[in-house]
Design a protein around this ligand. Sequence first.
Ligand SMILES: NC(=O)c1ccc[n+]([C@@H]2O[C@H](COP(=O)([O-])OP(=O)(O)OC[C@H]3O[C@@H](n4cnc5c(N)ncnc54)[C@H](O)[C@@H]3O)[C@@H](O)[C@H]2O)c1
Length: 259
Amino acid sequence: MAHEHGVIEALTMAEFSGKVVVVTGGGQGIGLATAESFAAAGATVIVWDRSEARGEPVRDQRRAAGSLERRQVDVSDLESVRRGADEVLEQHRKVDVLINNAGVNFGDQSAAEINDSTWEAILGTNLKGTVNTVRVLSPAMVRRKQGRIINTSSILARFPVPGLGAYAAAKAAVATMTRAWARELGPHGITVNAVAPGFINTPLNAGLPGELIQALLQRTPVGRPGKAADVANVHLFLASDAAGFINGAIVPVDGGLTL
Ligand SMILES: NC(=O)c1ccc[n+]([C@@H]2O[C@H](COP(=O)([O-])OP(=O)(O)OC[C@H]3O[C@@H](n4cnc5c(N)ncnc54)[C@H](O)[C@@H]3O)[C@@H](O)[C@H]2O)c1
């Protein structure tokens, strides 16, 4: 029955007990909301963040049905990713879900002013960081013929704004890698998708000028900024059994801003 079927899917979606989930950049913002959501849904969550934990590493840990641990991993550094992966695989023997969320966006990226260190740092974390984790963790997924990889693009990949070209290019490349991996890894039982967040209220956006925020809000049909949880919910869905036939999608989470 259609009704029953819907209920079963909804329950399955919230059930991650026994699943091992790696969330990069889970120290704050979208990644933290995602890590907490998976833990609350029963998963064993390992956060990889390059920054050291500030104070209590995880909020609401007592409410979590699963568990949440944090390791210092810099995704732009292949050796750091390898060390993180060795530890996870030794301890848990598998990774079911990889959420590539770590990202940075800073500096003068304008045509004539961008410098090598800004370019390398932006490409290093957003693009190479995503390639590094997939490179290191996908073989374990392929061996089990099972896995979910969810990358992080941005609406700026399709609608770049002046002065943020490097970030837009990195996020466009992440979208293309997502589609390439979806074809390559699909036959091995792994789906690869990406979220493309719009304007989400997180520490990353704390420095945006008020006028820009107002302009973005005016163009957002749902009339509010996004919350980290809005993206975490999509991560949860894409990682769930209910989303098993979604592969190679770049899912906008922007309240309609790009319409
Ligand atoms: N907030 C938005 O409006 C928005 C919009 C589009 C896309 N995104 C993307 O969503 C993701 C999360 O954004 P957010 O707003 O939560 O950012 P954030 O700055 O609040 O958090 C990012 C986290 O990633 C970590 N990190 C950065 N570089 C890392 C590295 N090399 N290795 C490991 N960890 C690293 C940081 O320490 C931080 O904890 C990013 O990929 C970002 O580009 C955000």
